[in-house]
Design a protein around this ligand. Structure first.
Ligand code: NAD
Length: 261
């Protein structure tokens, strides 16, 4: 499969899942717009590495996914610099954990903006081009939390359930334009974000690293193994293929059995 003539925008791709998806799409020949926060020198290193490793064009846009005007400008920038936005991966996301009655209102607003509304704004801006070219792929990084809840994650669970609904609506609106819209819903994925939580939890609970991983982090995941970023990226690449042209409006779990229980 080749994505040689395609241009992809991957939000939140300066680390973790997004970076791996960006690199996997580039490996198939797609030109890439990366996005996200980080030290400028680190971002430039990753951008240049994508171009050097895969021989594609890779540009960076620093749009803040909580700012609608910046998101629209990012999609326009993709059209100006790459020619189009054929593949849109809405991946940027943050987490905050607190009981509802103590949940900071500004954190609620921020999570709804970054994890949900940003996808509305980017899809809104990208859809006209997809319709005109009669081809498109929208992939939303949702979560097992788009299907089930956990306590203390009210904003995250709400945003991810909303993202699943938005994804289905876009699928119906694009159905006769050769464009698909789907969610990928991972369970616990081994990313720097997850890895960084381990030392603190070991100290707080007087546990070994293995106990934290198996009894705390992976308590909900029947396989007792983390999902890898490569596994998530491979699914995203498959959803961009012709073989996946009839997969639309789906919410595909990649969660070691979490949501089967
Ligand atoms: P990560 O923290 O490694 O990456 C998040 C990315 O989003 C970074 O590039 C960051 O700079 C970017 N970002 C954050 N706020 C932003 C903003 N306002 N504007 C632009 N970019 C912003 O996290 P990750 O684990 O790779 O998570 C990526 C996505 O996958 C998220 O949507 C997350 O909810 C989802 N997810 C993660 C897991 C997991 O276990 N890691 C599980 C299910 C779903």
């Amino acid at each position: 499969m080749s994505l040689k003539s395609r241009n992809a925008v991957v939000t939140g791709s300066t680390s973790g899942i997004g970076l791996c998806i960006a690199r996997a799409l580039a490996a198939e020949g797609a030109n890439i717009m990366i996005n996200g926060f980080g030290a400028p020198a680190d971002i430039e290193t990753e951008r240049a590495k994508i171009e050097a490793d895969f021989g594609v064009k890779c540009v960076y846009d620093g749009a803040d996914m909580s700012k609608p005007a910046e998101i629209a400008a990012m999609i326009k920038n993709a059209k100006d610099k790459l020619g189009s936005c054929d593949i849109l991966v809405n991946n940027a996301g943050i987490q905050f954990v607190s009981p509802i009655e103590e949940f900071p209102i500004e954190k609620w607003d921020q999570i709804i903006a970054i994890n949900l509304s940003s996808a509305f704004h980017s899809i809104r801006a990208a859809v006209p081009g997809m319709k005109a070219r009669k081809w498109g792929r929208i992939i939303n990084t949702a979560s097992a939390h788009s299907l089930v809840a956990s306590p203390f994650k009210s904003a995250y669970v709400t945003a991810k359930h909303g993202l699943a609904g938005l994804s289905k609506t876009a699928a119906l609106e694009l159905a006769q334009f050769g464009a698909t819209s789907n969610c990928i819903s991972p369970g616990y994925v081994w990313t720097p974000l997850v890895e960084k939580q381990i030392p603190d939890t070991m100290a707080a609970r007087h546990m070994t690293k293995e106990q934290v991983m198996h009894d705390v982090l992976l308590a909900a995941q029947p396989t007792k193994e983390f999902v890898t970023v490569d596994q998530v990226a491979a699914l995203a690449v498959f959803l961009c293929s012709d073989a996946a042209a009839q997969i639309t409006g789906a919410n595909i779990s990649i969660d070691g059995g979490w949501t089967a229980e």
